[in-house]
Design a protein around this ligand. Structure first.
Ligand SMILES: Cc1cc2nc3c(=O)[nH]c(=O)nc-3n(C[C@H](O)[C@H](O)[C@H](O)COP(=O)(O)OP(=O)(O)OC[C@H]3O[C@@H](n4cnc5c(N)ncnc54)[C@H](O)[C@@H]3O)c2cc1C
Ligand code: SF4
Ligand code: SF4
Length: 404
């Protein structure tokens, strides 16, 4: 019996979080790259009905249920208790990280203050440096090593059940869909929440296929080189790609050229209909607090790193306050009305998801179950012409079979 899991994969709703491997490893499910370069659950035999039904309940690709009352959510950004811009107080971390290193600064605080024993997060693969792997970090050095965004498939939930059953106090970092998957899991198995210290996420524009990284190397003339290390961002804000071959040869590419020119065009289908790229299910969410350019668009001119920080729950608010009081993070209050100027793509996607879902309905494609995310109100903020454009755009891609 693999009816539900097969249907999620056939409908192209998988986000690649790895949760089904964690639940079903004993029945032969494991994450691996598919032909398009995305991490997907692979299995050869049938799986039990109980497991298939459980995956149907917890898979974040197919189910998002925001249970925070609408009155306690902003339309575009979900639940916000407090909003900030800030950075890590460690200058080396601020420089190495994606934005201001506030996320990693928070992780270091959780470990050094004794609130958490370990952090489950993503870092570069030790065997294939262009790929990602889940790592359990236990000290500031390991968190420092993992800092920086990696625009390639990641499955941080692939072993989460075993880790949460292990007795250590765990802080989890993942994409918004990973955190939503963890939230679904904890609703299904509440006892696992006992050892979870916090759910931490970042705003996410989408996971590109591993072919995006290959294309970057090709354009750098390094496609046939053995790669010793590969970073997508960091070492400055926004920083850029840095590929180092085992021969010592170094290739670099700016953030606008790598993300804007290559990676953003290769994101998986589920990301194009993602209603929660802003991490509404997390306790704390971090993002780029971009400064505006002359036209009001985010400026990618190199600057000192600055993270946006949203505390979404009482727990997140308290942990952040502790991190600031301990001197691990510095932060200034941010008026939530300024978020849209820093994150225009996230605002637009939330406004346009409903139009894209309508295109799926037209094609008889079963849609994910999205509940409590204020999508109707977000949609009404978008001009009719833009909604129509997005509806027709997805209709065209679904018709041609090029939706991603
Ligand atoms: C695929 C992707 C898309 C993103 N899209 C946006 C966006 O649209 N808008 C925006 O403001 N920010 C986006 N970011 C996040 C942004 O780049 C910064 O991570 C965020 O601003 C926090 O910066 P920081 O310096 O505080 O984080 P850091 O201190 O650099 O910490 C980054 C954390 O992210 C984790 N991480 C890195 N790559 C992955 C991955 N692939 N999967 C799971 N965890 C990972 C690391 O383990 C680390 O804990 C994206 C990141 C990724 C990986
Ligand atoms: S989104 Fe996660 S739980 Fe759902 S099928 Fe994909 S890997 Fe499995
Ligand atoms: S855009 Fe949404 S579905 Fe895609 S990786 Fe990010 S959080 Fe997951």
């Amino acid at each position: 019996m693999t009816q539900t899991l097969t249907s999620i994969l056939k409908r192209n709703l998988c986000a690649g979080c790895g949760l089904c491997e964690s639940l079903g490893a004993s029945e032969g499910i494991r994450m691996d790259y598919d032909a398009k370069g995305f991490l997907r659950p692979q299995f050869s035999g049938p799986i039990s009905k109980a497991l298939d039904e459980q995956i149907g309940r917890v898979c974040p690709g197919a189910n998002l249920d925001m249970q925070v009352p609408a009155a306690e959510q902003t339309i575009l950004w979900g639940p916000i208790r407090t909003a900030w811009t800030g950075c890590s107080t460690r200058e080396d971390l601020r420089h190495r990280a994606s934005s201001g290193g506030a996320l990693s600064g928070m992780l270091m605080h959780l470990l050094t203050s004794g609130k958490a024993d370990c952090v489950v997060q993503i870092t570069a693969s030790t065997t294939h440096p262009t790929r990602n792997q889940m790592v359990i970090s236990r000290n500031s050095r390991e968190v420092h090593e993992a800092a920086g965004s990696r625009y390639a498939p990641s499955a941080p939930l692939a072993d989460i059940v075993r880790i949460l059953e292990g007795g250590e106090r765990v802080a989890f970092v993942g994409k918004p869909c990973d955190v939503a998957g963890l939230t679904n899991l904890l609703r299904d198995k509440p006892a696992l929440a006992r050892n979870l210290v916090a759910k931490i996420s970042f705003m996410c524009g989408g996971i590109p296929s591993q072919t995006g990284t290959a294309e970057i190397l090709k354009r750098l003339g390094m496609a046939d080189k053995e790669i010793a290390s590969f970073r997508f961002r960091g070492d400055g804000w926004p920083g850029g790609v840095k590929a180092v071959a085992t021969t010592g040869e170094v290739g670099t590419m700016s953030y606008p050229d790598s993300w804007g020119g290559i990676l953003s065009g290769r994101v998986q289908f589920r990301c194009k209909i993602c209603p929660d790229g802003t991490g509404g299910f997390a306790d704390l969410v971090f993002a780029d607090a971009w400064h505006g350019d002359d036209r009001g668009y985010p400026s990618f001119v190199e600057a000192d790193g600055r993270s946006m920080i949203l505390a979404r729950t009482a727990l997140g608010e308290a942990l952040l306050a502790d991190g600031i009081a301990a001197g691990d993070i510095v932060a200034d209050p941010l008026d939530p009305s300024e978020i849209a100027g820093m994150q225009p793509s996230q605002a637009n996607r939330k406004r346009l998801v409903t139009s894209r879902l309508a295109a799926m309905t037209l094609f008889g494609r079963a849609r994910p179950r999205y509940k409590g995310l204020r999508l109707g109100e977000a949609s009404s903020q978008a001009p009719f012409k833009l909604r129509l454009h997005n509806f027709l755009g997805l209709v065209r891609r679904l018709w041609r079979g090029t939706e991603g």
